[in-house]
Design a binder for this molecule. Structure first.
Ligand SMILES: [Zn+2]
Ligand SMILES: [Zn+2]
Length: 333
């Protein structure tokens, strides 16, 4: 098959992904092989390719927002039929036996594997995954629109849940990329008022189109105090600004897997029971719940398509803030 391989991490300006022929992956026991149609490009892919996440496999095929069709079943795989459309997400597998898995917190599993990081992902024509860790995709979503739901959507949804935002509450979103442009649609559906703090007129414009009450620069002070905020941008320097915008008792959620260092804080920013918490991965329940809610709303994704062979180009545009909405690779053309 054709795939984009990362041999060793490097700045994306050096175009480190190599588009090449490699062996078709074979599904092991309990796994399915998926013919990939589209794969979303996530900021985590950027962190894998540039080495902010330490390399775990070499070469590795990045990509963990995979939409495709089941076309081969491994031994004992009986849950899915051939031809069914599924999504493969970041959470590739958990051990289901550690203390976190036993408590229903498999997102914190001690022995997880991650798609496109510790195992090969979807910047390729085929990918394999355990049948119990893939999601059937609701019919209402076109293939390319479904891809960003699988990480940007699910992580945005878990971030919203952890923020505790309620109907009538005021929510700040810091950084307005793929995750925020989906999270705002859920937050608006839940009746929250959204304030978008983000670099660049295009991202601010998209936020207003999607129903933000206000949009301004990344570190700007919103015109009202917030009940909760989510930082999707990987920029630790936004933490003091976001805390400053919170009401007493407000919750600040950090939605990324990697963030630049957080500057030291004046305790007054945190006092009055303000909370800072991170989000790590997701449970399968988060994924199933989000896909159901997304189909009900229905959530609409704004995508920019690139051919599979141009994955480096997509990553460069993501790093340069030139993607409005989500970047998606067309892996079948
Ligand atoms: Zn576990
Ligand atoms: Zn992701």
């Amino acid at each position: 098959m054709k795939a984009c391989l990362l041999h060793s991490p490097a700045p994306v300006e050096k175009n480190p992904l190599v588009y090449a022929d490699t062996l078709d992956p074979q599904p092991g026991p309990g796994e399915v092989r998926v013919r990939v149609k589209y794969c979303g490009v996530c900021r985590t892919d950027l962190h894998v390719v540039e080495g902010e996440l330490p390399p775990r496999k070499s070469p590795v095929i990045p990509g963990h927002q995979i939409v495709g069709v089941v076309e081969k079943l491994g031994a004992g795989a009986t849950r899915l039929r051939l031809g069914v459309r599924v999504g493969i997400p970041w959470l590739h597998r958990t051990d289901q036996s550690c203390e976190y898995c036993r408590k229903g917190m498999e997102n914190l599993c001690d022995h997880p594997s991650f798609t496109g990081y510790t195992v090969d992902g979807g910047f390729a024509e085929y990918a394999v995954a355990p049948e119990n860790f893939v999601y059937p995709i609701p019919d209402s979503f076109p293939d390319e629109q479904a891809a960003p739901l699988l990480c940007a959507g699910i992580i945005g949804f878990r971030s919203l849940r952890l923020s505790g935002i309620e109907r009538g509450g005021r929510l700040g979103l810091y950084g307005f990329g793929a995750a925020a442009h989906l999270a705002i649609q859920v937050a608006r559906h839940w009746g929250a008022e959204v304030y978008a703090c983000t670099r660049g007129a295009k991202h601010q414009q998209l936020a207003l189109q999607l129903g933000a009450a206000w949009a301004g620069e990344a570190a700007a002070e919103p015109p009202a105090k917030l009940d909760a905020a989510i930082i999707f941008a990987p920029a630790g320097e936004l933490v003091p600004a976001a805390l400053c915008a919170l009401k007493k008792g407000g919750v600040l959620v950090l939605g990324g897997i990697h963030m630049s260092p957080i500057p030291s804080l004046d305790y007054n920013l945190l006092y009055q029971e303000r909370v800072i918490r991170s989000v790590a991965n997701n449970t399968r329940q988060d994924g199933e719940d989000f896909l159901r809610v997304a189909a009900e709303i229905p959530v609409r994704t704004q995508v920019t398509l690139f051919p599979l062979r141009d994955a480096n180009h997509a990553l460069n545009d993501l790093k340069g803030d030139r993607i409005n909405g989500a970047a998606v690779l067309d892996c079948a053309s």
